[in-house]
Design a protein around this ligand. Structure first.
Ligand code: WQD
Length: 336
């Protein structure tokens, strides 16, 4: 089977491409390299010893998409491509709504035209917004996300629901990621965003390799055991494997729309992550406590039982693996 992976050079996309190739899928990538590097293609080939088809361009480019579907028999699509910086989305919401939603609408139009009716969508736990309980389950209604980025994910989920209602021959799988961290065991691919990272682990990594002087922990006065926010961190390789399970599930089941949490089911605080990172890599991190970050929720984590029950998927990598693999990648990147 041949799978089109939009955003396949990105952090989660590249790890998923490796898992697809290791599971004998053929892979076509479309990526505009706005938040990734062309070198990732070669690294994917080094990791898997497999070839991958690559088209540079935007998913909004209908002509390019139609060419891809004409030149390849696409059996399914995994749709990662999109802008994902929460803070940036608050500053330039129109760019986020236009990019993330236009690209998805174009993709779905071309898929329908080409009778390709199998899509796995990269969504986010942020669509839950604020709930009465920190343990999020798929039966909950979507809430108000804390950013335009999160709202684009919620809107796209609604678009997919309406598409299925209009055309029940579609197989649609929505995967709600919690907090992806870690890197491939080879150290060849991982997350190393340009500029000052917004997310915790990339920031920790820049401090660990002395590219940034100090981590600021945003708030230690929350109603949690150590006063810092609690999140559900998931190793990116576990996340990638969840996509393979989603494709297999869709292949073996009737058309429908399926939604799954991809998380560990365990909450880890910022303080615990810092301590785990120091212990796993035998180093000390410079950090201080600062003010709370606007929009942060004190605590949320996944109820991952539906993914285990229906996909046969659960996380296998530990917090120590996440910390070790992330650090291994960043030191390889820096040539240390
Ligand atoms: C985690 C915790 C921060 C940086 C976001 C998106 C979500 C998903 C994952 C895409 C929080 C604290 C962080 C720092 C800190 N992305 N922190 N100092 O906000 O849980 O989720 O990324 O789908 O949609 O919302 O992740 O890594 O930014 O923050 O103390 O320098 O680390 O306050 O408590 P978040 P994060």
């Amino acid at each position: 089977m041949k799978i089109l992976v939009t955003g396949g050079c990105g952090f989660i996309g590249s790890h998923t491409v490796c898992e697809l190739l290791d599971n004998d899928y053929e892979v076509v990538i479309i990526d505009n390299l706005s938040n990734s590097k062309i070198e990732v293609i070669d690294k994917i080939k080094r990791i898997t010893n497999k070839e991958v088809y690559f088209y540079e361009g935007n998913v909004q480019d209908k002509d390019l998409l139609q060419r891809i579907f004409k030149e390849n028999t696409i059996d399914g699509v995994i749709h990662f491509a999109g802008l994902k910086a929460v803070g940036e989305s608050v500053k330039v919401p129109l760019m986020y709504y236009c990019n993330n939603i236009d690209s998805t609408l174009t993709l779905l139009e071309v898929m329908s035209e080409c009778n390709c009716k199998n899509i796995v969508f990269s969504s986010s736990a942020t669509v839950y917004g604020v709930q009465d309980t920190p343990k999020y389950v798929e039966t909950m209604d979507r809430g108000k996300s804390s950013s335009p980025y999160g709202e684009t994910k919620a809107i796209i989920e609604k678009i997919l629901e309406d598409l299925y209602t209009s055309d029940p021959t579609f197989k649609i799988t929505i995967l709600r990621y919690f907090n992806p961290v870690g890197a491939h065991k080879s150290g060849l691919i991982g997350e190393n965003p340009n500029g000052i990272p917004n997310n915790l682990m990339p920031y920790i990594l820049k401090v660990a390799v002395h590219e940034l002087p100090e981590l600021t922990i945003f708030g230690n006065d929350y109603d949690t055991p150590d006063g810092t926010c609690i999140r559900d961190y998931i190793h990116v390789v576990d996340l990638a494997k969840g996509h393979i399970k989603a494709l297999e599930h869709a292949h073996n089941h009737e058309p429908n729309i399926y939604t799954y949490n991809l998380g560990s089911g365990h909450g880890v605080s910022v303080g615990e992550m810092v301590t785990a990172f120091e212990k796993a890599n035998n180093l000390k991190l410079n950090y201080k406590y600062g003010a709370r970050r606007e929009g942060d929720l004190p605590e949320y984590y996944a109820d991952p039982s539906k993914a285990l029950r229906e996909l046969g998927w659960k996380t296998e990598e530990s917090l120590e693996d996440m910390c070790k693999d992330s650090y291994h990648f960043i030191t390889m990147e820096k040539g240390e």
